[in-house]
Ligand binder design. Structure first.
Ligand code: UDP
Length: 312
C-alpha cells in the first residue's frame, strides 16, 4: 500500500514507519521536525518536511497513519491553544484533505490520557472518558471526530489508545527535549548525563507508595498498527487500548534499570507531579480478541534492556 505516516520522525511514528517499510509498503513520512528528528526517518521511506496543517495533495495514498501531535501534558495546561490548534485543528485539516483526495483509511495515535483518573483497573474502552488536561481532551476530540466521519462519510478508522510506551526498536530510541518520561530519565543518570533522578511521589495508595503504570514495548505497539491497518472497515471507527495489561511501579522500574545498567542511580524523593493518577493499567483484551494482537516483550527487563542497548 501507499501510506502517509504523519509524525514519522518521532519515536513511535518512526518505529511504525520502519515496520511498514519492512512489510513492503511504500511509505511517505510527513513531519515538521518540531519535536522529531530527520535521522529517525527509516531508510526506504520518503521524507517530506511539512505540517499536518498544510498536508498538500493526498491523491494516490491508500491510508494515513497519524502520529503528528503535541504531547506534553504540562505544556497543554499552560498553552491549551497549541493543543486545540495543532492536535484537533491540524487533524481536521488532514481529514478534509483525505476526504478530498478519496483516502478512506486512518489509524490514529490516541492515548490513555482520554480516561483521566480511572474509576477501576484495568481500564476498558467502554469506561468513561474524562481527560484531566487539554492534551487528553484534544486527543479525545479527534476520537470523537473520527466516529462522526466514519458514520457520515464512510471513513475507515482505528484509534489506538497507548498507555506507557517504552523500549526501543533497534537504533530507534526515545529522544525528547525536554524529557518527561520515567525510563529515559532514569537511563540518563546511568549514562552520566545527570547526577540523580527525581521520583515524583512516594505516598500513593499502591504497594510501595509509587505510581503504577502499564509499559508497552514500542515494537509490540508498532505491530498493532499494522494489524489495525488491515482491520480498517469503511463506516466503522474501532477504538482499542494498547498496554501490556500489567502494572509496574516507579520503584520497580528504577530497580530494573539498576539491574540492567549496573549503575546505582541515585534517586531524590520529590513531591507528587500534579495530575498523575496513582494507577494506570490497560485492559487490552479487545485488541487481543478482535485483531489477534499479543505483546511479545512484556517484561520490564526486555523493555528497559532494549532502551538501554539503543542508547549505548
Ligand atoms: N516520573 C518520575 N520521575 C521522572 C519522570 C516520571 O517519578 O523523572 C513518574 C511520573 O510521576 C509517573 C511515572 O513516572 O508517576 C510515569 O511518568 P511518565 O511521564 O513516564 O508517563 P505518564 O504516565 O505520565 O504518561
Amino acid at each position: 500500500m501507499k501510506l502517509l505516516v504523519t509524525g514519522g520522525a518521532g519515536f513511535i511514528g518512526s518505529v511504525v514507519a520502519a515496520q511498514l517499510v519492512e512489510a513492503g509498503h511504500a511509505v511517505t513520512v510527513l513531519d515538521d521536525l518540531s519535536t522529531g528528528h530527520a535521522d529517525a526517518v527509516p531508510a526506504g521511506a520518503t521524507f517530506v518536511e511539512g505540517s499536518i496543517t498544510e498536508p498538500g495533495d493526498l491523491t494516490g495514498f491508500d491510508a494515513v497513519l497519524h502520529f503528528a501531535a503535541r504531547s506534553l501534558v504540562g505544556e497543554s495546561v499552560e498553552h491549551p491553544d497549541r493543543y486545540w490548534a495543532n492536535n484537533l485543528g491540524g487533524t481536521l485539516t488532514l481529514l478534509d484533505e483525505m476526504r478530498g483526495a478519496g483516502v478512506g483509511r486512518i489509524v490514529f495515535s490516541s492515548t490513555a490520557s482520554v480516561y483521566g483518573e480511572p474509576e477501576r483497573t484495568p481500564i476498558r474502552e467502554s469506561d468513561p472518558t474524562r481527560p484531566g488536561n487539554p492534551y487528553g481532551a484534544s486527543k479525545l476530540a479527534v476520537d470523537t471526530a473520527l466516529t462522526t466521519f466514519a458514520n457520515l462519510y464512510g471513513l475507515a478508522a482505528v484509534s489506538l489508545r497507548y498507555f506507557n510506551v517504552a523500549g526501543a526498536y533497534g537504533r530507534f530510541a526515545e529522544r525528547h527535549t525536554p524529557e518527561t518520561h520515567l525510563i529515559p530519565n532514569v537511563l540518563k543518570v546511568a549514562l552520566g548525563e545527570r547526577d540523580s533522578m527525581n521520583l515524583f511521589g512516594s505516598d500513593y495508595p499502591t504497594q510501595d507508595g509509587t505510581c503504577v503504570r502499564d509499559y508497552v514495548h514500542v515494537a509490540d505497539l508498532a505491530r498493532a498498527h499494522l494489524l489495525a491497518l488491515d482491520a480498517c472497515t469503511p463506516g466503522i471507527h474501532r477504538i482499542y487500548n494498547l498496554g501490556n495489561g500489567t502494572g509496574f511501579s516507579n520503584q520497580e522500574v528504577i530497580d530494573v534499570c539498576r539491574e540492567v545498567t549496573g549503575h546505582e542511580i541515585p534517586v531524590v524523593a520529590a513531591p507528587r507531579r500534579p495530575g498523575d493518577p496513582a494507577v494506570l493499567v490497560a485492559s487490552s483484551d479487545l485488541i487481543q480478541r478482535e485483531l489477534g494482537w499479543k505483546p511479545e516483550h512484556n517484561t520490564l527487563r526486555s523493555i528497559v534492556g532494549d532502551a538501554w542497548a539503543a542508547l549505548r
